[in-house]
Ligand binder design. Structure first.
Ligand code: COA
Length: 338
């Protein structure tokens, strides 16, 4: 069996367009050296990151999402009013409510669309992709916009050298539409959550458990807290495990994958995962050096890099893998149809 022969659904969904956006301002390792006790060599060796893009004050996740969405729609040549559903994956919504999807709908002018936010941290894009695909496959909708957008700089402690060096801001959007005759599109997925890891990577303040107060602010509860070493090990093990299971149940091996696009959390996590999968490095997309970890935006940003570098082409078999706070894990198999 190959991915064309997955159990049939009435229609299959495909990614029909891709757009991304990162804000222009750069935060380099040299800048970070002036802010915390760190150095360029340590950051590059331990994470692979050289620069990250950060928003200016007043710019929110919805702004990045709209810029990515506009690029996506422009490439496909369709108007915002044709969009039926907007799903925004983010852990840094503009506000607790309303949903960032509502703000994106208004700014984009996607009159008539419905939508919602999806919270799955660094697996947010893969989870939203799957939910969007199901809306297409069910026949309910034929134009679904899936966006991963995060302004991680809004929830980082820039005095904590173990977290502030890792993340950047960005957004990526894809359009999901029904496959044409002979196309395969989104073929299969395996996702998994494990709440036993909830407190290994989280932001404790600001929700219903610890509503914002002078005390939560004093206790530094409104920033990312992370047990980096523990996250590292589970990330490698789980991304490799789910990817292997997904390939195996489609009777594929790493050799059948043209392009492996993993979540960009740490270059060492990516390389260790690829090694476990037996995936040759030339098929692994890495752009963490430029962007850092942009949470829900890493996978569409890496898709864009892959296309730009000529390493992702129409007809390619693509494996996506993610790991994030929750814990959330995801693996997705698709054929690139653009
Ligand atoms: N600059 C210099 N030294 C640093 C540092 C920095 N920015 N950050 C941490 N260190 C120090 C630590 O304090 C520690 O010093 P000590 O031995 O004196 O205590 C030393 O470096 C080693 O720390 P350790 O945490 O073991 O480093 P590491 O090799 O595990 O790298 C991370 C740390 C955070 C880069 C790594 O654990 C990681 O990437 N984890 C996964 C994080 C992640 O991907 N999160 C998102 C998942 S979606």
């Amino acid at each position: 069996m190959s991915i064309e022969n997955r159990p049939r659904v009435a229609v299959r969904a495909k990614i029909s367009s891709l757009g991304t956006y990162v804000p222009p301002r750069l935060l380099t390792n040299a800048d970070l050296e002036k802010m915390v006790d760190t150095n360029d060599e340590w950051i590059i060796e331990r994470t692979g990151i050289r620069t990250r893009h950060l928003v200016d004050k007043g710019v929110a996740s919805s702004d990045l999402a709209v810029a990515a969405a506009k690029a996506c729609l422009e490439k496909r040549g369709i108007a915002p009013t044709e969009i039926e559903v907007i799903i925004v994956a983010t852990v840094t919504p503009d506000m607790m409510f309303p949903a960032t999807a509502c703000l994106v709908q208004e700014k984009l002018g996607a009159v008539g669309a419905w939508g919602f936010d999806l919270s799955a941290a660094c697996s947010g894009f893969l989870y939203a992709l799957q939910v969007g695909a199901k809306l297409v496959e069910s026949g309910a909708h034929s134009k679904v916009l899936v966006i991963g957008a995060d302004v991680m700089s809004s929830i980082l402690d820039y005095t904590d050298r173990s977290t502030c060096i890792l993340f950047g801001d960005g957004a990526g959007a894809v359009l999901l539409e029904p496959c044409e005759e002979g196309e395969t599109g989104l073929a299969d997925f395996i996702h998994e959550i494990d709440g036993s890891g909830a407190c290994s990577l989280y932001m404790p303040g600001g929700g219903s458990l610890n509503p914002t107060s002078a005390e939560t602010v004093a206790k530094n509860m409104h920033v990312v807290h992370q047990a980096g070493g523990a996250v590292f090990k589970v990330a490698v093990r789980k991304m490799a495990e789910l990817s292997e299971t997904l390939l195996r149940r489609n009777q594929l091996t790493a050799a059948d994958v043209d392009c492996f696009i993993p979540h960009q959390a740490n270059k060492r996590i990516i390389l260790a995962t690829a090694e476990r999968l037996g995936m040759p490095e030339e098929r692994v997309i890495i752009n963490i050096d430029r962007y850092g970890n942009t949470t829900a935006a890493t996978i569409p940003l890496a898709m864009e890099t892959a296309v730009e570098e000529g390493r992702l082409k129409k007809g390619d078999t693509v494996l996506l893998a993610s790991f994030g706070g929750g814990f959330t894990v995801g693996a997705t198999l698709l054929r690139w149809e653009i």
